[in-house]
Design a protein. Structure first.
Length: 418
């Protein structure tokens, strides 16, 4: 009789333990195969295992984007084989809509720079080795794949220089080796200097007179008292730490305006808008980082500006250190996305803010107007790691997990309103 009571007592203790901690019940050890269960501690999250559709190919998926509901664009590539493909996948019925091979670029590694223009996803493929090569700085785009919402893919001819065609198709913007921006007439192939830059190459290889006449903005000049809150904001043509200005095209705002960013010596020196119709440069700030355009605003790491009037508004103080960590040199890895209406910020990756704790599988949603955390999602997956995140409407986020060794790539769809 005593043994029976002891047995019943042990069962009761076990049941109480499982009741208090059901998340870890039967899952104390980390799973070692794809068939074993793993934890998803997040309500409102849908998981898509790409191995179920692509088999072992899922191990070499580099990134993913939402083209439309249930339709995803996947970038497949292996550095060793120099093979790259764009795959369009319908997850509703598990079908492959198309597979498009990217022509050989003749390089050992391809860097893909994605961007959206008028609802079309453009993926630019660049030779990373030549990107860093001094004689080819700041790099060459070799191939452009354009992916439309109707699931068609168009691969362009090889391009010989780094330039981007503005909407309307008559003018392109070229980033020059000396850090300047030029307008290129597509018909006549003539160029016009828009903004003079001073790249690292131009600074170290040329005298101040040979670098071109850079015109600093008001923020880059010392005030009447000769002091400033940040010494790096003061432009000094003799000092590489304060004088390097490498301008880069970021995104079009309409057919005649585009946003640009400014690189300095291992830091960013703000951003602005250039109006091709009036040939006017609107410098929004000479400090901080460009984050994105959403909800009619241009976002930086400490302010946002009206995309039409250029009036600036300070972002909440609590957001400043978070946004600075998006691009900080010491940051291990952090990706972000702003919702189309500009109200929410999504963050994920191996990052150490604010307490230097690794948060490899955490997605944090923050209000851009308040700076307060809206939701945190904990998605634990031993077979993959967070690689990119993107809003595909104001309340839905797609999280892409790249495969770890012998693992699989995953897509997680997050409904913030659930």
């Amino acid at each position: 009789m005593k043994k029976q009571w002891m047995f019943l007592l042990l069962i009761l203790i076990l049941l109480l333990t499982l009741y208090k901690n059901p998340m870890h019940a039967g899952n104390d050890a980390e799973p070692t195969s794809q068939t074993e269960p793993h934890r998803i501690a997040a309500e409102g999250v849908t998981k898509i295992d790409l191995r179920a559709v692509l088999g072992d190919t899922a191990e070499v998926i580099l990134d993913a984007w939402v083209l439309r509901e249930n339709t995803y664009a996947l970038l497949l590539g292996t550095e060793e084989d120099e093979v790259y493909e764009v795959i369009l996948l319908n997850t509703q019925n598990g079908s492959l809509l198309s597979r498009t091979s990217i022509p050989d670029t003749g390089c050992s590694f391809v860097y893909a720079r994605p961007g959206w223009v008028d609802g079309v996803l453009h993926i630019m493929f660049c030779d990373w080795a030549e990107w860093e090569a001094e004689e080819a700085y700041p790099g060459h785009i070799y191939i452009k794949a354009s992916l439309s919402p109707d699931a068609t893919v168009h691969v362009s001819d090889v391009m010989s220089s780094w330039y981007t065609v503005m909407p309307g198709g008559t003018t392109a913007i070229r980033e020059a080796e000396d850090g300047s921006l030029y307008a290129v007439d597509i018909v006549t192939n003539t160029e016009e200097l828009l903004i003079q830059g001073v790249s690292a190459q131009a600074f170290f290889n040329h005298t101040p007179e040979e670098r071109g006449q850079y015109i600093p903005s008001k923020e880059e000049l010392p005030d009447a008292k000769g002091d400033t809150d940040d010494a790096y904001l003061v432009y000094d043509p003799e000092d590489h730490l304060t004088s390097i200005r490498d301008f880069s095209y970021i995104t079009p705002l309409d057919e005649h305006r585009f946003a640009y960013g400014i690189g300095a010596w291992e830091w960013e020196a703000g951003f602005g808008v250039y109006d091709l119709r009036t040939r006017t440069d609107h410098r929004i700030t000479s400090d901080g980082y460009f984050l994105g355009v959403a909800g009619g605003f241009i976002f930086g790491s400490d302010l946002k500006a009206d995309a039409n009037t250029y009036e600036t508004f300070a972002l909440p103080e609590s957001l400043h250190p978070v946004l600075e960590y998006v691009y900080a040199i010491e940051n291990d890895y952090l990706t972000h996305s702003i919702s189309p209406d500009g109200k929410l910020l999504a963050l994920t990756g191996r990052y150490f803010y604010p307490d230097y704790t690794a948060m490899e599988h955490t997605v944090t949603i923050i209000g851009m107007e308040t700076g307060e955390i809206v939701k945190i999602y904990d998605i634990e997956n031993p077979f993959a790691e967070a690689s990119s995140i993107a809003f595909y409407d104001n309340t839905h986020v797609m999280l892409f997990f790249g495969a770890k060794e012998n693992g699989s790539a995953y897509i997680y769809l997050i409904d913030i309103e659930e």
